[in-house]
Design a protein around this ligand. Structure first.
Ligand SMILES: Cc1ncc(COP(=O)(O)O)c(C=O)c1O
Length: 408
């Protein structure tokens, strides 16, 4: 039996995975054009404007507003939705903190609900059960690029007259029933931070088909201005969330590869589904026929240590990394973050809401716990490899399984 790499054996993975981020002459030329043009600012520029239009069109959306990052995209969207003090917004408990912190930034309460055990996306039934008279919106997170159940979420939102916002920070190019995610509700938000499937180091986008929402979101992101109006007219409260021309130029180039890269990540994801389903103790994040494309920000699987001699997830991940398979950490449940356990989040709230009991914070959230401590996330660059690369990922896991006792 070959020795585990963590104990000095040869790694299962020999050929390196594609290195992220990927760039070529397209990015170089785009940056040079901005440099030479001396138009480095978005307002008179053409690159960020073109990027907004192309990214929105790619996602079958009427409008796109480029912003500084994915957190700000959520803040701008929530402002355009009119979310404010006293409001409640239902948020999955398994996500990056930004999904909830943007709600707090608006002065509203993020009401955390558990995710589904198989998809790690918000459970629509629990979301419905959490609705109160103060609920204004639900945020769906497409975890790892896998769309949340948009059939059920749109039905719940419609039934209760709530807004649905898609946090699509992981889901560039993902599809549900053949339609790109991001406009199933009032809008969608994206991140172009370094680890995402297209990047300028930082960056974000809000997309929508709703003209009123778009008008407010655009004004919010540009100091309260409205397009075509005098520069020093400020119509609503706003701030400066504008993306620079440098980033717009790089992202236009990145967008030119997105479709082909997403197709590859999706195909490799489904191949991994087949390969890993055969390994005892490994259960891939669920996929179903309604998901016509998974943008695959990560490849997520559940790890059952009982099939690996009781070796805990952390040790398994160390062994997997040593075999040459890159991973990234899952999110801890939000209710266990200091900002919630210490009560610091209450500083963002006002009136009766600030002093209320928020009993949901005492829930057990079994599936968010499962996501946090029992899943393994393979980074998206690995999914840009070929079929042999996917087989080597499976081989590495099988190898660890066969040698699991050595890890105890
Ligand atoms: C689900 C989710 N929402 C929002 C964000 C925030 O994006 P950014 O880091 O660009 O602010 C992230 C970033 O990782 C994320 O994973």
């Amino acid at each position: 039996m070959p020795k585990l790499a963590i104990h000095g054996g040869s790694p299962a993975k020999t050929k390196p995975f594609p290195v992220w981020p990927i760039f070529d002459e397209r990015e170089r030329q785009a940056l040079n054009e901005v440099l030479e043009s001396r138009v480095w600012w978005r307002t008179p520029g053409t690159k960020t404007l073109a990027f907004e239009r192309e990214f929105a069109a790619y996602h079958e959306a009427k409008h796109g507003i480029a912003v500084t990052n994915g957190t700000h995209a959520l803040e701008v969207a929530l402002a355009a939705m009119g979310i404010g003090s006293g409001d409640e917004v239902i948020v999955p408990n398994a996500t990056f903190v930004a999904t909830a912190s943007a709600v707090l930034f608006a002065g509203a309460l993020p009401v955390l609900v558990d995710v589904r055990a198989d998809s790690y996306c918000i459970d629509p039934e629990l979301a419905e059960a959490a609705i109160t008279e103060n609920t204004k919106a639900i945020i769906a997170v497409h975890m790892g690029g896998r769309p949340a159940d948009l059939d059920q979420l749109t039905a719940v939102a419609e039934k209760h007259g709530l807004m649905l916002l898609e946090d699509a920070a992981h889901a560039h190019g993902s599809e549900w029933h053949g339609r790109k995610i991001g406009t199933f509700g009032v809008g969608g938000t994206f991140s172009f931070q370094a680890s995402k499937t297209m990047t300028a180091g930082e960056g974000g986008m809000v997309i929508s088909n709703d003209d009123d929402f778009e008008r407010l979101a655009r004004a919010t992101h540009d100091c309260g201005r409205l397009p075509g109006k005098w520069f020093y007219d400020h119509f609503v409260y706003g701030s400066n969330y504008r993306l620079s021309e440098w980033q717009g130029a790089v992202l236009l180039a990145q967008l030119s590869r997105l479709d082909e890269q997403t197709a590859r990540r999706h195909a490799n994801g489904r191949l991994l589904d087949r390969l890993l389903s055969d390994i005892p103790g490994i259960t891939p994040q669920s996929h179903d026929s309604r998901i016509t494309r998974n943008g695959q920000y990560a490849y997520i699987f559940h790890y059952d240590k009982r099939a690996f001699a009781g070796v805990d997830t952390e040790r398994f991940v160390e062994a997997l990394e040593a075999e040459g398979i890159p991973t990234q950490a899952p999110y801890p449940p939000l209710h266990q973050l200091d900002v919630f356990t210490s009560g610091a989040y209450r500083d963002r709230l006002s009136g009766a809401q600030a002093g209320a009991s928020h009993n949901f914070l005492n829930d057990a959230f079994p599936n968010a716990q499962r996501e946090a401590w029992e899943t393994v996330w393979i980074t998206q660059n690995a999914l840009l490899g070929d079929e042999e690369d996917m087989r080597e990922i499976a081989d590495a896991i099988v190898k660890i399984g066969e040698n699991a006792r050595d890890l105890l």
